[in-house]
Ligand binder design. Structure first.
Ligand code: PLP
Length: 399
């Protein structure tokens, strides 16, 4: 087996999320990390290096990851959510500001706006890709709109040219929530180059993991410096820079947070980054196998890939046709040990958002899709037999 797909020989890796009645060994989760010997070695080296946090591996990971996604600067933080929060602060989002966010995304894309006192305004999605619909975004623009968050849903970049055409003439900033899409491209451009700030997540189900972690990347050194300060309580020096300068004084220039990503986790990120391209290729191959196997099944339609984009398949999502009970199919797959999932319910239907006054019916495409979509297992170590098993179970469940 190539190194990229070799499970670590000495560490067991039970599947998370195993429902009762299904043995751990035959459960196929919807996503799973790859941890190999090189990762364990890198983490152990970091542990005994003398730097557990704010050390040299942080800057090395920032440089390497930013370069990989085509950006000039990277700011490592301890989650994708923290990266989005840093982006909101660096762009000056605050009370009275509106930020347009697609309805179908993980709640964090919108929550980051709330953290800063701004107002998320939900745009509808394209029914066949679930990417933000630029026409819906255009219809949501008001005099208060300060930013648009584009989510690269499932690993396919949003339509950045269309969004930029809306944003730039009006002085509206663009944030890429690229948590699903490291390594993807839009019209030949890498995901770290498409917005003012692009945010990534290193949660275990993502393309590469630091256990928990994230990064905000940008070409603007001023915004990068602001985000570095914000992730460190709003203090504009850190332990290492004060050590280097032989200084003890520091100033807390604004109210920030402790969003730092430790060196030990950056060491894991660096080891994982070396295998990212291979993992993306493996995901693309699994997607091709799914596409082929599903071609004969009218009941489950894969989401569409735009020909001008490289899709990196964080998720493989099918849309079940009208009349099929998605929750019944979900339950049948789970009963067969297949960790199907749903990404996502429209954010504004969560009870927190309902209490803030967001009504149902805001985004009809998103609400219709949310009743019909199903995420099938997708992770690099899956083989052809796994794909056949999933498609076989799906065929039985939708018959
Ligand atoms: C689209 C999207 N945005 C943001 C996040 C938040 O990332 P994290 O879980 O690292 O905070 C996620 C992670 O699930 C995500 O999928």
């Amino acid at each position: 087996m190539p190194e990229a797909f070799r499970p670590c020989s000495s560490w067991p890796m039970p599947d998370r999320d195993t429902p009762g009645g299904v043995t751990e060994t035959n459960f196929l989760p919807y996503g799973r990390q790859e941890i190999g010997d090189a990762d364990v070695k890198a983490v152990v080296e970091a542990l005994v290096s003398g730097w557990l946090t704010t050390g040299p591996r942080v800057s090395e990971f920032e440089r390497s990851f930013a370069t990989h996604v085509g950006a000039g600067e990277g700011v490592a933080v301890n989650s994708g959510t923290a990266a989005l929060h840093c982006a909101m602060r660096a762009l000056g989002i605050g009370p009275g500001d509106e930020v347009i966010v697609p309805a179908i995304t993980f709640a964090a894309s919108a929550n980051a706006v709330l953290y800063e006192g701004g107002t998320p305004v939900f745009a509808d999605v394209e029914p066949d890709t679930l990417l933000i619909d630029p026409a819906s975004a255009a219809a949501r623009i008001t005099a208060k709109t300060r930013a648009i968050v584009a989510v690269d849903y499932a690993g396919q970049p949003a339509d950045y040219d269309a969004l930029r055409a809306l944003a730039v003439p009006r002085g509206i900033k663009l944030i890429a929530d690229a948590c699903h899409a490291p390594g993807a491209t839009y019209r030949g451009k890498a995901t770290g180059t498409l917005a003012d700030i692009s945010c990534f997540s290193f949660h275990p189900v993502k393309h590469l993991t630091t256990c928990e972690g994230g990064m905000a990347v940008t070409d603007d050194p001023g915004m990068a410096a602001h985000m570095r300060r914000f992730r460190n309580h709003g203090i504009d020096s850190d332990h290492r820079s004060r050590e280097a300068a032989g200084a003890h004084a520091y100033d807390m220039a604004e109210l920030g947070y402790n969003y730092r990503l430790p060196d030990v986790q950056c060491a894991l990120g660096l080891a994982q980054l070396r295998r990212l391209s291979g993992w993306v290729a493996a995901r693309q191959n699994i997607a091709r196998l799914y596409d082929e196997a599903l071609a004969g099944i009218a009941e489950a339609v894969p989401l569409r890939t735009h020909p001008d984009r490289t899709h990196v398949h964080h998720l493989y999502v099918v849309r079940l046709v009208e009349g099929i009970d998605r929750d019944h199919v979900f339950a049948r797959l789970r009963a067969e040990g297949i960790g199907a999932n749903v990404h996502y319910a429209p954010v504004y239907l969560h009870s927190h958002y309902a209490r803030l006054g967001y009504p149902a019916g805001l985004c009809p495409n998103a609400e219709a899709a949310a009743r019909q979509i199903l995420t099938l297992p997708m992770f690099p170590a899956m083989g052809e037999a796994d794909v056949r098993r999933v498609v076989g179970a799906l065929t039985r469940a939708t018959a």
